[in-house]
Ligand binder design. Structure first.
Ligand code: FPP
Length: 236
């Protein structure tokens, strides 16, 4: 049973298993991503309805460019469709969107759309969904280290004075609380370069369910598992 008065503030999800879901049905992998995008839409709406503050999803990693062009284009197309729809419905849905990742290699149209969505989101104050796009945890940390080194070179700060909180301010997630719960469907039990810094004290939930089949019941199981854990953050 989920105690809806003790929910995590921030849930992060690795949306995995779209390809296998499609293969099992004799469909092209792109059909799996389309189904995965629908699941994302319903999970995000439900997370907003129950009152989560932040949801972060892994939509496209720095390694996903290795996939066939057709598949990459299909994912970009789904993102575009979703962003266009969410801009239209943001006032009604109160789901704000923000992006983690280096957006520079993305198609210009999609970059413009991300910038527009981000800007419109600042007008609202509902749940925030962070979409990780061309995102990699190590890449994020290296970029943060570069930015910090640049600031030091300009005399704005000193290496000795750097705290963990200061360093967090150089990450894509600056100002956002760390995820309390990281969910990975599809039976894979690894972190795959996702929120490496931010998930230092997160609880993990793994399930064999493939992402397109991930529904309310599975989310409830993940939340109940989270609530059954004792978080000690290194203490006793
Ligand atoms: C991983 O499954 C999934 C992806 C790399 C893409 C995720 C993209 C979406 C759900 C669609 C667009 C997103 C939004 C936010 C609208 P996989 O392809 O690695 O599955 P497999 O391991 O079964 O092959």
């Amino acid at each position: 049973m989920v105690d809806f008065t003790r929910l995590p503030r921030h849930v992060a999800i690795i949306m995995d298993g779209n390809g296998r879901w499609a293969k099992r049905r004799g469909l092209p992998r792109t059909a799996g991503h389309a189904a995965g995008a629908e699941t994302f839409r319903s999970v995000a709406t439900y997370c907003k309805d129950i009152g989560l503050d932040y949801l972060t999803v892994y939509a496209f990693s720095t390694e996903n460019w290795k996939r066939p062009l057709e598949e990459v284009s299909a994912i970009m197309g789904l993102l575009k469709k979703y962003l266009l729809e969410s801009i239209e419905k943001m006032e009604r849905d109160q789901i704000r969107l923000h992006f983690f990742g280096d957006l520079s290699p993305l198609p210009q149209e999609l970059r413009d759309l991300c910038a527009r969505t981000d800007k419109i989101s600042t007008r609202y104050d509902g749940m925030q969904v962070n979409v990780c796009l061309n995102y990699g945890g190590r890449d994020e940390i290296v970029r943060a280290a570069r930015a910090f080194a640049r600031d030091c070179a300009q005399g704005k700060c000193s290496p000795e004075a750097l705290s963990e909180a200061d360093f967090s301010g150089y990450l894509y997630s600056a100002g956002i609380p760390d995820p309390d719960l990281v969910i990975r469907p599809s039976g894979e039990v690894r972190i795959s370069n996702f929120l490496l810094w931010q998930s230092a004290y997160a609880e993990f939930y793994y399930t064999d369910v493939l992402w397109p089949d991930f529904g309310k019941d599975e989310l409830h199981r993940a939340l109940a598992a989270y609530q059954s854990r004792s978080r000690r953050f290194g203490g006793i």
